[in-house]
Design a protein around this ligand. Structure first.
Ligand SMILES: Nc1ncnc2c1ncn2[C@@H]1O[C@H](COP(=O)(O)OP(=O)(O)O)[C@@H](O)[C@H]1O
Ligand SMILES: [Mg+2]
Length: 164
């Protein structure tokens, strides 16, 4: 069942990043969708700084992935926006969530709808631009990520911003 969260301003998006940073663990996969300017990068930036990454997080425009190893868990940030479909096909994303080649971390993918295949387990957040700011739709697949989503929603309620 998808869950919706209202994000009236940028601070709310940042708060969601903070809440996510406490629940996401090594091996978590975060799929981000939503139009340009809907807040995908804002969310990853907040997530990153709350994980303890001090390096500025910018969208990986000219590289396929930006790796941030310095936080509580490593962050692998992908942005598929400028990639051609065949380039997306060539990305062997599984290597980042399988943990053999790279230390297991959090994989965050902007424009995840361009993936030709989906990971077995993930938390998907779709951001929509609405009159009142942004609306986030959260959906999880797989036991681990579903539990995580429940934890995120419970924490979110505690922050005082009511889910709709
Ligand atoms: N909940 C919100 N309400 C209004 N503006 C927001 C909200 N969250 C983020 N923003 C603003 O929207 C823009 C989002 O940009 P960005 O995060 O780069 O989006 P994307 O990565 O989806 O293209 C930023 O200017 C940010 O300040
Ligand atoms: Mg972006």
């Amino acid at each position: 069942m998808p869950q919706w969260i209202e994000l009236p301003d940028e601070t709310a998006t940042q708060n969601l990043g903070a809440v996510l940073s406490r629940s996401l663990t090594q091996g978590s996969v975060l799929l981000l969708n939503g139009d340009l300017g809907s807040g995908k990068t804002t969310l990853v930036q907040s997530l990153g700084s709350n994980l303890g990454i001090r390096e500025p997080i910018v969208s990986p425009t000219f590289t396929l992935v930006s790796e941030y190893p310095e936080g509580r868990i490593p962050l692998y940030h992908f942005d598929l926006y400028r990639l051609q479909p065949e380039e997306v096909e060539e990305l062997v994303l599984e290597t980042y969530w399988e943990g053999d080649e790279y230390p297991l971390g959090l994989v965050a993918i902007e424009w995840a709808e361009r993936l030709p295949y989906l990971p077995a387990e993930y938390l998907a957040i779709s951001l929509a631009i609405v009159e009142s700011g942004r609306r986030a739709k959260l959906q999880a697949t797989g036991k681990h990520h579903q539990q995580m989503l429940q934890q995120v929603l419970a924490e979110w309620q505690k922050t005082g911003t009511q889910p709709s």
